[in-house]
Design a protein around this ligand. Structure first.
Ligand code: ATP
Length: 357
């Protein structure tokens, strides 16, 4: 069942120049889904979320909750709960008073309110903290209060705008698991905004990758990682090499390209790729899908090491292949590989795919 729909939604700001902040975005989110808007700073994800919340109205396009058109409905009539990056809690009130705030506005009776606040604090593992002052809590605890305050009103949609960015790295990882657990238990359709691709991959059912106001790709984390649609998505999600290679043959779903050493590889290509023999294709291959061998290996691309970085789990190398820097992440690197060495690279053939520019 589709719960939230954005139909060709655009937003232009009066003082935003020529470019639309959000440009013809189409998204359908299923009931209970955890959906993430991901992209670099300024790509339009916050503006998109704010249009779903009702803080901004679209310049054009429609937003629906179920069958209802909510495009121009004010925020307080939308039944959404919002969690902000800076928590936006009232510091002079207790935890319980903060969580009860939305219930008070909705004129929920005292006994019912007390019961629901306790239930919400239990959900976020803060039972017994109701009497504490906000400034007596850690950042992670404050963020959980903000989450309880959003959940207590039992919103139809939960909207979260970079809720973890004020936490340190370790707490972020713990809290992202917590948020996902709470969301799963509550079953609330959720839209999450982040610029952190690892966070998006770990938490989401599906992700929309945005760039310059447009959606580049929508898919499950695995899909976006293994089959990025564009060179931007390939580079933004994890790391990827995007090689420009000559096309020797092109079919509907496969394009055959020539590697610098002369070998030919047939790589899957997106529908309507428009590539022809004699043209140039952009081919993505991830650093972990390139193996390191000796410079004399006849089946490998010859190159020269220009960078070596040991990270513990893997060794990251940059290898210059015919003037193009190629990133390689290898688990087992022969001891003593150093900058300046001649090496061979073997690209895993079925892990190469053609991307759109
Ligand atoms: P960040 O991660 O930095 O918050 P974002 O992806 O959420 O970025 P938005 O805040 O949605 O991006 O901004 C998208 C574009 O719209 C940017 O170019 C921004 O400068 C512009 N913009 C956002 N809000 C306004 C506004 N109120 N008035 C004018 N321009 C705006």
């Amino acid at each position: 069942m589709i719960d939230v729909t954005l139909e060709s939604v655009s937003k232009r700001f009066a003082r935003g120049g020529d470019a639309a902040a959000v440009d013809q975005v189409d998204i359908s989110i299923a009931a209970g889904e955890f959906f993430t808007l991901l992209g670099p700073s300024g790509c339009g994800k916050t503006t998109t979320l704010r249009m779903v919340a009702g803080f901004y109205f679209p310049t054009s396009g429609r937003i629906r909750f179920g069958a209802e058109d909510v495009t121009h409905r004010p925020p307080n009539k939308r039944d959404t709960g919002m969690v902000f990056q800076n928590y936006a809690l009232f510091p002079h009130m207790t935890v319980a008073q903060n969580v009860a705030y939305g219930l008070k506005i909705r004129k929920v009776g005292r006994a019912e309110s007390k019961r629901r606040v306790e239930e919400a604090l239990g959900q976020v593992h803060l039972a017994g903290y109701g009497h504490r002052r906000i400034d007596e809590l850690s950042g992670g605890q404050q963020q959980r209060v903000a989450l309880a305050r959003a959940l207590v009103i039992r919103p139809r949609t939960l909207l979260l705008d970079e809720p973890l960015s004020n936490l340190d790295a370790k707490l972020r990882e713990e809290t992202r698991l917590e948020i996902r657990r709470i969301q799963r238990e509550a079953g609330t359709t959720s839209i999450y905004v982040t610029h952190d691709q690892a966070e998006a991959m770990a938490m989401s059912d599906r992700i929309a990758v945005m760039q310059a106001g447009r959606v580049q790709q929508i898919g499950a984390p695995q899909e976006i990682y293994h089959r990025p649609a564009t060179s931007f998505v390939a580079r933004f999600i994890g790391r990827s090499n995007v090689l420009s290679l000559p096309v020797v043959a092109a079919a509907e779903e496969t394009v055959t390209v020539r590697l610098p050493g002369g070998a030919e590889v047939a790589a899957p290509a997106p529908a309507g790729h428009g590539l022809r023999e004699g043209g140039t294709a952009l081919v993505s291959v991830r650093p972990e899908h390139i193996g390191l061998t000796s410079a004399t290996d006849p089946d490998a691309l010859p190159g020269q090491v220009t960078d070596v970085e040991f990270t513990g789990m893997a060794t990251n190398l940059v290898v210059d292949v015919a003037g193009e820097p190629v990133q390689v992440a290898a688990i087992d690197v022969p001891a003593g590989v150093a900058v300046g060495d001649q090496v061979g690279l073997r690209l895993v053939r079925d892990r190469m795919w053609v991307v759109r520019p």
